[in-house]
Design a protein around this ligand. Sequence first.
Ligand SMILES: C[S@@+](CC[C@H](N)C(=O)[O-])C[C@H]1O[C@@H](n2cnc3c(N)ncnc32)[C@H](O)[C@@H]1O
Ligand code: SF4
Length: 455
Amino acid sequence: MLDFSKFIKYSKPGPRYTSYPTALEFSDKFTYEEYLEKLKSQDKKRPLSLYFHLPFCRNACYFCGCNVVFTSKEDKMLRYIEYLKRELKILQNYVDTKREVLQLHFGGGTPTFFSASQLAEIIDEIKKTFPNFAKDAEISCEIDPRHINEEQMKVMSERGFNRVSFGVQDFDEKVQTAVHRIQPFEITKQAMDLARKYGMDSVNIDLIYGLPYQNLDTFKETLKKAISLNPDRFAVFNYAHVPWMKKTMRKIDETTLPRPDEKLSIMQYTIEYMTQNGYKMIGMDHFAKPDDELFKAIEKGELHRNFQGYTTKGGADLIGVGLTSIGEGVDYYAQNFKDMASYEEAIENGKLPFERGVVLNEDDKIRQYVIMELMSNFKLDIKRFEKKFDVNFKEYFSDALEALKEYEKEDLVSISDEKIECSDTGTLLIRNIAQPFDAYMKKYAKSDKTFSKTV
Ligand SMILES: C[S@@+](CC[C@H](N)C(=O)[O-])C[C@H]1O[C@@H](n2cnc3c(N)ncnc32)[C@H](O)[C@@H]1O
Ligand code: SF4
């Protein structure tokens, strides 16, 4: 085990780069009219990827960083379905909905808060709007194992869902109590069994490290239990603690959070343990079996990072539907309203519920490529970059390369004329290593209440 105490200095705020520029740069400078133009001028030959945000949950898990609406009211949920349907109708005015759909993802909140018949209604409406799903389309749903029944799994499976992702986070009771999410192992196991029974091709489990009372020993137990369920993929997220943004996180006693060196040893152990058990690491926080298509995508240089994690379907335009959802085109990100009243009002006025976003300039595109390559593959092929952008890498990024010297000295990264490559330990600090390529970070240098800590 490495001595991580000397890496504590790298525990500093930084983005997770699910997008570049990050959501902090989204603004109303990207206007509604410009957004409509972007949609209308999309290349019709490019396939589509669809994201639906289903935001409802009953009780707050204290660690939750997602955009959630807490409710137990059925009428609110029925109302939301009506608005989703209306949003889909408006979308048809601007997007060629006959384009091929490669991906559909239900995220939340907890999509399975909707009953089986409600889920069926939503899926059927989507398929009516977008009739051209690819035969091998990836259709996936995030599921809270405490809220899934056989009828719901059946409805999803019959309608082509082939991937599910279960939120687990940690199996330790003390940790579960501290984060207000009691979820006995048996419940997760039953949910896994249901997914297998209904033929899901790929089952993922989400874990989080960095939660209250976790230490290396408790996490070892969690990993052992998680592996016994034999999922196809794992996400092992670094807990993003941002209590200034998320009120429920203030209920967490910060003195019970593991220290950065403990977190690094947890992650290092996780990588070793996963590898021994037949999984390989993908990007910053994912693991999959070596025959997973994600690895083929890496070989072809086609692995793409987006808001849902890592995907092989990088060449598609992403359309976000529902409250707070984010879409992505070749040169923009667009986000829907975050509050329900504004979301509904836009739709009532016959408009898409677009609130804000960002259009990428040439510099953004260059940096986006570099950052996403590093975040996905832990390396950058400099020659390939120079061919793609016709830019001298070392001149363009002289300041970033200077900033990386510190990491080179510690053998966390190596830089030659051909490539930049992280060492095994460097991969644990990939958010730090990507940061010098981010043109916007200087703005936030003095604030620790912007991003979560990288370690
Ligand atoms: C929308 S939730 C998953 C579905 C379902 N609501 C559940 O909790 O089981 C998406 C995932 O995001 C991760 N997550 C949520 N808040 C996080 C945070 N603050 N830091 C890191 N990961 C987080 C969790 O692993 C969670 O499973
Ligand atoms: S982690 Fe999942 S279940 Fe918990 S509050 Fe967030 S969205 Fe809801």
